[in-house]
Ligand binder design. Structure first.
Ligand code: MTE
Length: 325
């Protein structure tokens, strides 16, 4: 790969980077007299200027699943929705206004690969059909050593896996972000291996923590946070939590993720949060809380060992480095 300019992922942190509602959501919208755009425009603040159409769905805020608790305060909403990583729109954190150009309704999602029947359907229909929308409070730890704690709305990824009915031989779930350099000028930067790709083992994808978010702070996701549907894997570094997903592929080959392709020695496939494995540019022992700037110790698996450690022990992984690379 020819590197044509200073690689932004090498910059310093400072510089770079229950199936309850069963009225069809679009019917609800119509009944309520909204269009996606109309509702988006009616909402205020940075979190909503670019809201997706899932925006328009009835049911927000969803009931909180109290099984997922925090050890810290919820991050200020404006911070979490204006300090974002979305390289498709540039390497700055301040790209939220640029994401307005993205049209997240309608949004088509494909499920393919080793499944009983490949399908392409609208994101709202997919979420309706897989069901289980709820709110969860999760910590989010970026490899750049900043973190936040936010309420996500969405569905367990395990519900999608069940819905897709993968073949017994499928070992991984590969996910892909949209590709549209006209809307997302960062994708014109040919030294990046677009589209953004991420992957999980099927065990990880069906772990109770793996979540497909469609909302944040009790409202639909704004574009900059990955509208209309994104992954959230709170025990892994944030780069695994792929935004604005258009494709879920079940496969027997380990996917090579976007960052892994760029610098496999820096960004691993497993990418489990581990304060003992320093990144070449960011020591990982502590993290800076978005909003307050307070530094707190980073926890193994971002504090989610109870939910995930057994899964890795069962794979016989004993070298903690293997839990990152
Ligand atoms: N997904 C896509 N498609 N493009 C990206 O640049 N950045 C990742 C992840 N998902 C990224 C992405 C990184 S590095 C992080 S830390 C999180 O999104 C940030 O999520 P947030 O902006 O909602 O906090």
């Amino acid at each position: 790969m020819v590197i044509k300019s200073k690689r932004s992922w090498e910059l310093s942190e400072a510089a770079a980077t229950p199936e309850a509602v069963y009225m069809n959501r679009r019917q609800w919208l119509k009944a309520a007299g909204f269009t996606g755009l109309g509702l988006g425009a009616a909402l205020a603040g940075p979190g909503f200027l670019a809201s997706s159409a899932l925006a328009a769905i009835g049911g927000y805020p969803f009931a909180r699943n109290e099984a997922y608790t925090l050890d810290r305060a919820i991050t200020d909403e404006e911070e979490a929705t204006t300090y974002t990583n979305f390289y498709e729109f540039g390497s700055s954190k301040n790209i939220w206004k640029k994401t307005r150009k993205m049209k997240s309704d309608p949004w088509t999602v494909t499920i393919d690969g080793m499944v009983e029947a490949e399908m392409t359907l609208d994101a709202t229909d997919l979420v309706d059909r897989i069901g289980g929308t709820e709110e969860r409070l999760y910590r989010h730890r970026c490899v750049e050593a900043w973190s936040m704690a936010v309420p996500w709305s969405g569905v367990p990824l395990a519900n999608l896996v069940k819905f897709a009915r993968p073949a017994a031989g499928a070992k991984y779930l590969r996910m892909e972000t949209f590709m549209d350099p006209v809307v997302a000028p960062g994708q014109k930067q040919s030294w990046y291996p677009w589209p953004y790709v991420e992957g999980l083992t099927i065990d990880e994808a069906t772990n109770e923590l793996a979540f497909l978010a469609t909302g944040i702070y009790g409202k639909p996701l704004p574009n900059q946070n990955g509208a209309p549907i994104r992954l959230v894997t709170p025990w892994k570094y944030g780069f695994k939590s792929i935004k604005s997903i258009v494709r879920f592929t079940f496969t027997d080959e380990r996917p090579v993720s976007f960052w892994e392709q760029l610098a496999g020695n820096e960004y691993g496939f497993w990418a489990n949060v581990n304060p003992g494995i320093p990144h070449p540019r960011w020591p990982q022992r502590t993290e800076r809380l978005l909003g307050t700037g307070q530094r707190v110790p980073t926890q193994m698996y971002n504090g989610y060992g109870e939910q995930v450690a057994e899964m890795y022990a069962a794979l016989g992984i004993t070298d903690p480095r293997e839990l990152y690379y």
